[in-house]
Design a protein. Sequence first.
Length: 83
Amino acid sequence: MSKPADCVASPDNGYDELSSVVRGAAEAMPDENIEVIRTRDWFCSGNYCPGFVGTTPVYADKSHLTSSYSSNLGPLVASALKL
């Protein structure tokens, strides 16, 4: 029987590629006040991206967050946006 600790994935290379494109686009518009927020650490620790944080499931499917994990991210999002 598996347990939440067994649900671990490696970081997706697509995330890093997309982040690079987004950062490049922001840097190409120096007159705009654009800040790119790095969120990878919100989902992964080093080379491990757990499917659960504590007992909270992270993903509802391959690319969508659960509502409970989204709610847990609220304070991080607010802080990153300086709200």
